[in-house]
Design a protein around this ligand. Sequence first.
Ligand code: AMP
Length: 326
Amino acid sequence: MTPTAPDATRRPAPILAIGSVALDSVETPHGGAEEVIGGSAVFFCAAASLYTGVRVVAVVGDDYPLGELGFLEARGVDLGGVVQLPGESFFWAGRYHEGFRRRETLVTRLGVFASFDPLVPSAWRDSPLVFLGNIDPVLQLRVLDQVRSPGLVAADTMNYWIDGAREALLAVLARLDVLFVNDEEAMQLAGGADLGRAARWIRDRGPALVVVKRGEDGAVLFGSGWTLHCPGHPVGRVVDPTGAGDAFAGGFLGFLAGRRSWGRDEMAGALAHGAATGSYAVEAFSIERFRGLSREDVASRAALIAGARRRAGVGGQAEMWTGGQE
Ligand code: AMP
């Protein structure tokens, strides 16, 4: 599929998002956090709401501290599609090892997500951008079935679903414009090829654009006949990498929501903004780093990232594109 930018409007387009709204327990070599707010939809909103309104479809249990999402609501996140049901919220526990390169999932409990049947409120079915955050691809499909010809559909996923729900995930791929994955997930999905070939394999199954996130090494965007590399932003001290991928997607799509065309220059900007919002996520546990953050803060970090790429000797922004990888 090829994404189509919303028609000329001065207001950024709203984004419809589904994903986990979770409680996370995280262990790192330098400390940890117990049952803090997290989940793919929450990290996505923390970043995307710096750019535009976000409409969230999800479910939480009766143990969820919804009040802690108040600052996101104040920033334009509409939780009108978040249902609270009796039972346990999605719970995830993970451990990072020295250097933060490796993450081990200790616990994934779907809780009320196990029987969730997402309902997109009728006023949201025309949303111009849709983000299918990391969650069961069966739920991602049910949301897609309820929206009417969105201009751009993007999704994220992870090893848990690549292993456990492959068929449904392939059905999601066929309906995507953009897939966000990290390098390991790309290889896992495509069956072990090198990164370029894995991206090609994925693109052949649907999404015109594949964004491969590479942690502190930045990200690579694979398009049709071109590849764009973007460096990571070196943060002073990594506290907790959880949610960086979702925050990356939030900055990337949030940036595009405010543009009137989606050509290569816009994609270059989106990549730098994604790298910026992703880097903020790692500076604190949960979504804490986003509380005091402004749009200007993010824009200046994104400018630093784009500048770092230029200083690396590739000239102007247009030359961030290195063609002919396919
Ligand atoms: P990331 O670090 O970008 O992969 O995102 C981590 C977030 O995803 C955490 O807040 C978890 O609650 C959430 N998460 C972890 N595993 C899953 C899963 N299998 N499905 C949906 N969300 C998950």
